[in-house]
Design a protein around this ligand. Sequence first.
Ligand SMILES: *[C@@H]1O[C@H](CO)[C@@H](O)[C@H](O)[C@H]1NC(C)=O
Ligand SMILES: *[C@@H]1O[C@H](CO)[C@@H](O)[C@H](O)[C@H]1NC(C)=O
Ligand SMILES: *[C@@H]1O[C@H](CO)[C@@H](O)[C@H](O)[C@H]1NC(C)=O
Ligand SMILES: *[C@@H]1O[C@H](CO)[C@@H](O)[C@H](O)[C@H]1NC(C)=O
Length: 235
Amino acid sequence: MKVLSLFFFILATLVATSQGFSCPSWRLGMETNNIRGKLVPETCGDYVKRYMLGPLYMNDSKAVTDEALLYAKSQKLAGDGKDIWIFDVDETVISHVPYFSEHGFGTEPINGTSFFEWMTEAKAPALLYSLNLYEDLLSLGFKVVFLTGRPEYLRETTATNLRNVGYRTWEQLILWSSSYPTNTTLELYKSNERRILETNGYRIIGNMGDQWSDINGIDPGNRTFKLPNPVYYSA
Ligand SMILES: *[C@@H]1O[C@H](CO)[C@@H](O)[C@H](O)[C@H]1NC(C)=O
Ligand SMILES: *[C@@H]1O[C@H](CO)[C@@H](O)[C@H](O)[C@H]1NC(C)=O
Ligand SMILES: *[C@@H]1O[C@H](CO)[C@@H](O)[C@H](O)[C@H]1NC(C)=O
Ligand SMILES: *[C@@H]1O[C@H](CO)[C@@H](O)[C@H](O)[C@H]1NC(C)=O
């Protein structure tokens, strides 16, 4: 058996090295923070489109939210209203698949103007498994904080979008304030806002995002969860 396994391993290695670029491997690299700040390679455009529109994206999301719920249920909350769960917004609780369907699924640089126009329409659908998790967390007694890199002037449109698709209440909705120098990284901004929450007595039991900048940095929370997003990377 061992000899046979070794044979297949060597065979697979030879086949793989003769095949060139692998889009699933590229996606894994992106999700694990090995590949950073790159556009989706042109050759993987169709692959990413099929991933996002097919069942695998939702299956991968569910694997994350299932695990998050197991963890959340295992926690003993103090019940003083200070136990919070942080969610990022874009590609974490709502989805821009309808936008990216029209804009190359990450193979084109994001056009800030048209992307903000789309956000302003407040039409982004909910990510179903995140919405289910959100409801379960509220039932368990968590307070929810949304922490997003969206600029402060999108507050109303963001709140409207969240409410329209089922996120009916929250403890805080934190958006990027113009008091941050423009060269501040998302990771630094989010770290700073989490530090402020903890200073105000909140305990970050869970923290979920689709970007490493949502969950890296200081005070990340007792446990972090990374949802899939092969379409874009923001540091
Ligand atoms: C998605 O999950 C279902 C089970 O819930 C499974 O039957 C199906 O094969 C999965 N699809 C993919 C593409 O992984
Ligand atoms: C970006 O989007 C805006 C608004 O839709 C459009 O007017 C502009 O031409 C686009 N820019 C590029 C470089 O595609
Ligand atoms: C950001 O810009 C300010 C000046 O506006 C500069 O002092 C600071 O060093 C810059 N920070 C980084 C991380 O580049
Ligand atoms: C949760 O995180 C806080 C702040 O980092 C820490 O003080 C606390 O011990 C952690 N709780 C558990 C159960 O790990």
